[in-house]
Design a protein around this ligand. Structure first.
Ligand SMILES: N[C@@H](CCC(=O)N[C@@H](CS)C(=O)NCC(=O)O)C(=O)O
Length: 200
């Protein structure tokens, strides 16, 4: 299988960590993909032109990190990083919250990267910052338990905090000690987290 991603992509990181936990890394070739290039294959494979996208052995393209991670879980037998029963909904809700942190963070980065300075909208950027701040405050007061078998919500939380370290200078660390401790434990338990530290 081919995973189209980039070393900077936090959503791609979710997929790489999931694959590693599930023992599927050897079956996946990661190819660096430039979403800006209008001629890159990703534009046809995923009409949204977004990474990550997973090309299965039969050529089918599966996209959106949520779908890719569940697809990988299914390949590994199911129910490993996507809990079943009542535990499923808190795990998926944590994933949704942390995907939301990533979306709000990426929109702030894109505002600077893609908009000329005179077209930027400070109020809109503040709105995105507010989402991240409220989500972090909620997670600081409701920090997930750390166990030996992380689920998709934990993986996404780790990638969201890692992205804030990468693009926002880790300022979240100053006033979220529970999350700092949580991330340290996650990094100890999941070596692929350190191996997938983002870069441009
Ligand atoms: N919900 C998607 C978000 C994917 C996403 O936003 N990917 C970014 C890179 S991290 C991207 O491809 N951006 C290019 C674009 O939006 O055109 C997922 O979970 O995979």
């Amino acid at each position: 299988m081919i995973l189209r991603s980039s070393p900077a992509s936090p959503f791609g990181r979710k997929c790489k960590i999931s694959a590693s936990i599930l023992g599927l890394t050897d079956r996946i070739e990661v190819t660096r993909t430039d979403t800006i290039d209008p001629n890159a294959p990703i534009q046809k494979e995923n009409p949204l032109g977004k990474i990550p996208a997973l090309i299965l052995d039969d050529g089918t393209c599966v996209f959106d990190s949520r779908v890719i991670c569940e697809c990988l879980d299914n390949m590994a037998g199911g129910g490993k990083i996507f809990p079943q029963g009542d535990a499923r909904w808190p795990a998926l809700t944590l994933q949704a919250l942390c995907d939301g942190i990533l979306d709000a963070g990426i929109l702030q980065v894109y505002e600077k990267r893609f908009r000329p300075e005179d077209k930027r909208h400070p109020d809109w950027v503040e709105r995105q910052k507010g989402k991240v701040e409220r989500a972090l405050a909620h997670l600081e007061s409701n920090t997930p338990a750390t166990g030996s078998s992380p689920h998709i919500g934990d993986i996404t939380l780790a990638c969201a905090l890692g992205y804030l370290d990468f693009r926002f200078e880790g300022t979240w660390r100053e006033n979220h000690p529970n999350l700092v401790a949580w991330l340290d434990k996650f990094a100890d338990a999941v070596p692929t987290f350190g191996e997938t530290t983002p870069s441009d």
